[in-house]
Design a protein around this ligand. Structure first.
Ligand SMILES: N[C@@H](CCC(=O)N[C@@H](CS)C(=O)NCC(=O)O)C(=O)O
Length: 212
C-alpha cells in the first residue's frame, strides 16, 4: 500500500490526502514532522519537506508533483480540468494558495497552533493581527474570482479547490474563519468544499486528534 509521509496538520499533506480520498486510493500515513528529519527521509525528500509519497521503490516529494502523478496513475475522477485554459487557471490557483495564501495564513496557524503545542510558547498575536490584515486583499481576490462559480476552475472540483480548501482548514485550526458578511461567496464556497466527504473526514479526524 502507498505511504504518505507527513503530519496531518500540514496543508500540503492534506492536499495529497484529499486527492487520494477523491480518487479512492488507499494509503497509510506516516506522521513525519517537518523538522529534524532523518537522513533516510532526506534521501526521499531532498528539500526536507512534507509530504513525500512512497509506493514500492518509487518516491515523490511535493504535494503538487504528487497530485499530478496520481492523476496519471488513477485518472478518474479527474482533478484537473480538461479544457486547456481552465487547466492553466487551476494550476495558477493551486500556486496562489501554496505561495501567497500559505505565506499569509501559515504564520497565524504557526503562532496559534504550532508554537503552544510543539514549542510550548505563547502565540505572538501581533504577528497574527498583521497577517489577518494582510489576508483581506487575498480574500477580496478570491471573492472576485469565485463570482457565482461553484468551483474555482473548469466547472468541477479540482486541484485548485483542494489547495485553497486545505490552507483554509489550517485557518480554522488557528481559531479563525472567513467573515461571511464581508466575503459571502468565499465563506459559502469554503463551507461547500469542506463538506465534501474527502475534506470532512480529514477535518473531523484532525479536530478529534488535536482535542478541539
Ligand atoms: N511545495 C511543497 C511545500 C511543502 C511544505 O512547505 N511543507 C512544510 C510543512 S507544512 C515543510 O515541510 N516545511 C519544512 C521546511 O520547510 O523545512 C509541497 O507542496 O509539498
Amino acid at each position: 500500500m502507498p505511504v504518505v509521509h507527513g503530519v496531518s496538520a500540514s496543508p500540503f499533506v492534506r492536499k495529497v490526502r484529499v486527492a487520494l480520498a477523491e480518487k479512492g486510493i488507499d494509503y497509510t500515513l506516516n506522521p513525519v514532522m517537518p523538522i529534524g528529519q532523518s537522513p533516510e527521509y532526506l534521501r526521499k525528500s531532498p528539500l526536507g519537506k512534507v509530504p513525500c509519497y512512497e509506493d514500492g521503490d518509487f518516491t515523490l516529494p511535493d504535494s503538487s508533483c504528487i497530485i499530478a502523478y496520481l492523476e496519471r496513475t488513477q485518472p478518474n475522477p479527474p482533478l484537473y480540468p480538461a479544457d486547456a485554459q481552465q487547466f492553466g487557471r487551476a494550476l495558477f490557483y493551486e500556486e496562489y494558495s501554496d505561495s501567497k495564501l500559505s505565506e499569509t495564513l501559515g504564520p497565524i496557524f504557526f503562532q496559534r497552533f504550532v508554537q503552544p503545542r510543539i514549542f510550548e510558547k505563547q502565540p505572538d498575536e501581533k504577528i497574527c493581527r498583521e497577517k489577518l490584515e494582510a489576508a483581506g486583499p487575498l480574500f477580496d481576490y478570491l471573492e472576485g474570482e469565485l463570482a457565482d462559480r461553484e468551483y474555482l476552475a473548469g466547472g468541477r472540483f479540482s486541484v485548485a479547490d483542494i489547495a485553497v480548501g486545505s490552507i483554509f482548514v489550517n485557518f480554522g485550526h488557528a481559531g479563525e474563519k472567513v467573515d461571511a458578511k464581508r466575503w459571502p461567496r468565499l465563506a459559502a464556497y469554503l463551507a461547500r468544499i469542506h463538506a465534501r466527504p474527502s475534506f470532512k473526514a480529514l477535518i473531523e479526524e484532525e479536530r478529534k486528534s488535536f482535542g478541539f
